[in-house]
Unconditional design. Structure first.
Length: 311
């Protein structure tokens, strides 16, 4: 009886735990896994899924499919796909990541892209006419905006992220700082989204069709420019803090740092349909006559703070 049970157990567990051939074939593609049926015949092959099969993303390192890396660390993406960073990217010149083909998605994976140059290059730039999705990281340099002069000092990219031509692109959970021009520039006439991002110490902040759950502070000029702007906080020194067609649940404050500039806490750029709801607009302490707290066709449930208020 013991022998019979032992034989049955052996057969059952052997079938359940059979590993098959373990050594990879010389012709196997490491990104695709086995290239022939696992019948137990022919050259041995792997029986478990490859990392690429389990998580079909491509690391942004030299030698990966579609990826080139220069001697200075500049990364180029030359094929559509899903990519991720494996380390911080620190440059001395040029662009951090250049997208030359798409559509692509890039997970920054918590890492940062920076440069030691002054006002040159772009953290992530698209040279392709297809969409891109970028998330989970930062483009952060040491540049600081002078609140009195508006000048930026220190290392900085010219632009943080620029994906202007595709009409469908999304940037989420990315922090931008120390940028000599625009933090994130998307085409606001398309289906573009900036969500849950932050910017500070930049000359300009965010521009996209939809901007939600974002903060843009210590911005020299216009901080947030969109069509639909929701749940955002923005503070600018000399430009409009928030500009959009429909603005909801936001706070925009302009500091009015220069007398000869017109600046608004919250402005709607379409006075035929401009609507601001449940928001707060603030002008700076100077209370300049050419600046407004809220400038809109319709303002509902709003608070306007400052000497000059137009609703």
């Amino acid at each position: 009886m013991k022998t019979k049970f032992a034989l049955i157990f052996s057969l059952l567990t052997g079938a359940a735990l059979a590993q098959g051939p373990l050594q990879p074939s010389a012709t196997a593609d490491p990104t695709q896994g086995p290239v022939a049926p696992l019948s137990g015949s022919g050259a041995p092959q792997p029986t478990m899924r490859t990392l690429f099969q389990a998580e079909p993303r491509i690391p942004l390192v030299a030698g990966s499919p579609g990826v080139t890396v220069s001697a200075g660390g500049n990364i180029a993406i030359n094929l559509p796909g899903s990519y991720y960073l494996t380390a911080n990217v620190t440059l001395t010149a040029g662009d951090g990541i250049a997208i030359n083909s798409g559509p692509v998605s890039i997970d920054l994976n918590g890492f940062n892209i920076s440069t030691s140059a002054a006002a040159t290059g772009t953290g992530i730039i698209s040279n392709s006419s297809t969409s891109a999705t970028i998330c989970n990281g930062s483009v952060s340099c040491s540049g600081i905006i002078d609140s009195n002069t508006g000048a930026i000092s220190g290392a900085s990219f010219q632009t943080g992220i620029k994906i202007y031509s595709p009409y469908q692109s999304t940037i989420s959970k990315v922090n931008i700082s120390g940028i000599a021009d625009r933090a994130i520039l998307l085409d606001k006439n398309g289906s573009t989204v900036i969500d849950s991002c932050s910017a500070r110490d930049c000359v300009f902040g965010f521009e996209a069709a939809t901007i939600t759950n974002c903060t843009a502070t210590a911005i020299k000029s216009n901080a947030i420019v969109g069509v639909l702007v929701t749940n955002c906080l923005a503070k600018s020194y000399i430009g409009d803090a928030i500009s959009g067609q429909i603005v909801t649940n936001c706070m925009g404050q302009t500091m009015n740092a220069y007398v000869n500039r017109t600046a608004t806490g919250i402005r709607t750029d379409s006075f035929d349909a401009g609507l601001v709801t449940n928001s707060r607009g603030v002008t700076g302490a100077l209370g300049l006559s050419n600046s407004n707290s809220i400038l809109a066709t319709t303002a509902v449930g709003c608070t306007a703070v400052g000497q000059s208020q137009v609703t």
